[in-house]
Design a protein around this ligand. Structure first.
Ligand SMILES: NC(=O)c1ccc[n+]([C@@H]2O[C@H](COP(=O)([O-])OP(=O)(O)OC[C@H]3O[C@@H](n4cnc5c(N)ncnc54)[C@H](O)[C@@H]3O)[C@@H](O)[C@H]2O)c1
Length: 364
């Protein structure tokens, strides 16, 4: 087993603790840390693991992977500190607040010979793996286009501390775009050109969740963000993410090929349904899922990194390069709005390898 030190014991940490402790066979949660001691203490008691400070974790020779699931403004500094301390590190999305920081982290990991990984790992779930198999096996022909929509009214109605969603590094593209763009990159490959438009219809938001009910948040970032993307194979896609929409009937992701259309499941989940329409005229049919991990398997990217640590490999699927490619696309959409440009991408990625479809539960 590979020892993982978890930094950040907030809202999303429960599913990571649960899966890294109970689901994956190759991960052991060694310790937890949080800048708020009461949070680390609560996690320690619930999951029966010791508390450490960030520094103790960085210096602990028994820990091989740092899992950084703090809020976005702490991602870059803690990842940098972990890499400089000789630790492999997997971080929640977004990789960092700026593309420059993302480039610095990917370069540092390479220089140190360490693994860097980034969320999301939902593309490793059964739904999107099934979509990849259909594309690879030519069910829709060559992908020529895609649409992606993430339309909601923000997170202040349920998240206990939703301020970060409206601060620099937040907004619908930096928050939810990673799911959609990572899925598109996994299924269609590198993006080469980007343009976009953004807007901010509401200057303030009111928290309606507990315990901050009634608190007003100033909105620092655009909350409707529309991007146009060109892929390396020439395919063109549009993506709209918004925290300003009360209701919508639009699909999550559709991919259009020369021979058919694929409806990709919600990329913020691991399961289906996957729907396929081909030229036989019979309309959309639901396709049985070909892979495991249809349930909430957050942490799959960490387990895949643990596989690499154990086998001395560098091909973790939810890689820093992929997360940085996505970060560049998201930054470019905002930049294109501000500078009225079509942005030429600097990074390119190879599509991560699909997962084997005969894995036993808990294996990667
Ligand atoms: N909440 C969700 O449903 C959800 C889902 C998927 C991904 N995420 C991502 O997970 C990350 C965390 O989200 P969350 O909702 O758990 O946020 P949160 O605010 O509930 O938790 C973050 C925790 O990190 C701690 N922290 C911040 N800076 C720290 C530092 N320097 N050292 C140690 N601890 C520090 C905070 O005290 C807090 O307990 C974000 O990047 C978010 O985008 C959240």
């Amino acid at each position: 087993m590979v020892n993982v030190g978890v930094i950040g014991c907030g809202n999303i940490s429960g599913i990571y603790f649960s899966n890294l402790i109970n689901l994956f066979q190759n991960t052991n949660v060694f310790a937890c840390a949080d800048i708020r001691p009461e949070r680390a203490q609560a996690a320690s008691e619930k999951w029966n693991i010791p508390v450490m400070s960030n520094e103790e974790m960085m210096n602990c020779p028994d820990i091989q992977i740092i899992l950084n699931i703090t809020a976005p403004d702490a991602h870059y500094s803690l990842c940098k500190q972990a890499l400089e301390s000789g630790k492999n590190v997997h971080v929640e999305k977004p990789l960092s607040l700026t593309f420059e920081q993302g480039c610095e982290l990917t370069a540092l990991a390479k220089e140190k010979g360490l693994l860097l990984g980034g969320a999301p790992d939902t593309f490793m779930g059964a739904g999107i793996q099934t979509c990849r198999k259909l594309i690879d096996n030519d069910f829709i022909g060559e992908p020529i286009g895609a649409t992606a929509f993430m339309l909601c009214h923000g997170h202040e109605g349920w998240h206990p501390s939703p301020e970060f969603y409206y601060q620099y590094g937040g907004g619908p593209m930096f928050d939810m775009g990673p799911y959609y763009l990572t899925a598109l990159a996994f299924l269609m490959g590198s993006v080469t050109e980007v343009t976009g438009l953004t807007s901010k219809p509401f200057e303030q938001r009111i928290i309606t969740s507990q315990p901050k009910y009634g608190k007003i948040i100033d909105v620092e970032v655009p909350t409707t963000v529309a991007g146009l993307l060109r892929f390396e194979n020439g395919a063109v896609a549009s993506i709209i993410t918004s925290f300003d929409v009360w209701k919508s009937t639009l699909p999550r992701i559709e991919i259009y090929g020369t021979k058919g259309t694929l409806i990709v499941p919600d990329p913020n989940t691991f399961g289906g349904p996957v729907l396929l329409s081909t030229l036989d005229g019979s309309g959309f049919k639901e396709i049985p899922l070909t892979h495991g991990y249809a349930e909430n398997s957050r942490g799959l990217g960490v387990a895949d990194m643990a596989r690499c640590v154990m086998e001395g490999r560098k091909d973790n699927r939810a890689s820093g390069e992929l997360a940085n490619h996505v970060l560049e696309i998201m930054s470019a959409i905002h930049k294109a709005n501000d500078e009225k440009i079509i942005y030429k991408m600097k990074t390119r990625i190879n599509k991560p390898a699909p997962l084997p479809n005969d894995l036993l539960k808990g294996q990667v």
